[in-house]
Design a protein around this ligand. Sequence first.
Ligand SMILES: Nc1ncnc2c1ncn2[C@@H]1O[C@H](COP(=O)(O)OP(=O)(O)OP(=O)(O)O)[C@@H](O)[C@H]1O
Ligand SMILES: [Mg+2]
Length: 330
Amino acid sequence: MTYAPLLRVDHLAKRFPMRKGLLRRGAPSFLHAVDDVNLTIGAGECVGLVGESGCGKSTLVRVLARLLDATDGVIDFDGENLATVPAGRFAGHPRRRELQVVFQDPTESLNPRYTGFDCIAEPLRLLAGITEAGELARRVEEAATEVGLPLALLGRYPHQLSGGQKARVNIARAVAVRPRLMILDEPTAALDVSVQAIVLDLLADLRQRHGLSYLFVSHDLNVVRLMCDRVMVMYLGRIVESGPAAEVFANPAHPYTRLLVDALPRLGVPAPPVELPAGEPGSPIDPDPQQCRYASRCPKAHSKCSEISPSLTSAGTAREVACHFPLTMA
Ligand SMILES: Nc1ncnc2c1ncn2[C@@H]1O[C@H](COP(=O)(O)OP(=O)(O)OP(=O)(O)O)[C@@H](O)[C@H]1O
Ligand SMILES: [Mg+2]
């Protein structure tokens, strides 16, 4: 299936300056949290983002959602470069309604002094400009019904709701304003396994009903395989592989994706012994621009990998990999 592009990101980078110690002098140091990322998300498409803790997923999300300023690059959202809008000004930007983020922990995202009703009404008031009481109540109830939140719970405060119910309020806040792109940063990580499945089902249903686009960040490869059309694999700030989710997981081209897939537990098969990669994971602080970020851990590393950093290049239909020696794809 092909999708008309909605979001196109070019050469996006986010570097955090490192504070220097008292005795350290010389050139300033930077932590390269997101480095030269290119991606597209089509209208109605669900794209997954996976990678180990600290690889830069949430930083990318925060830059795309304009909560953080980019150091470099373009964030083209339906023809408009949002990277030029300062993060502090985005709250009042007309595109803010169209691009919604759902974070991992609903408890942290919801104001403890707001009832469920107030939580959902707030973005409707601020982003959709709905202030008339009757219309506001109608839209809040419509959103609650959409996410399966009983209307009787709308008067409760977050501490009076279960984790699953808080997750529904959080999702209702985002869908109430009728966005086009939802960025979901580990939306079910804080939930019980049984509730996770229900919330994933709800997200899949909302996407289909409204033709929403998702950027879906998760640690869980199985969830990504189930939910996403395409997946991007991130390692130390860079996208190292992308392609159709089912194909990438069945036949990884990058040695790092292979490692992630091999670590997946499989039903009915005893867990394989965990083989830790030989080298150090590498540091995001002032990384060598000439070197592949994965070289220190890679079983296939060759001298070329320390001399030329591989960029993401085509590896068959709809697939890309950043590796000088990609694994052969069956
Ligand atoms: N505000 C900040 N200032 C300095 N460094 C930061 C800041 N935010 C994130 N980082 C660093 O950027 C890197 C990427 O962090 P990020 O939170 O994006 O990782 P992540 O992939 O979301 O991890 P996780 O899976 O654990 O959520 C880390 O090395 C982190 O320490
Ligand atoms: Mg994160």
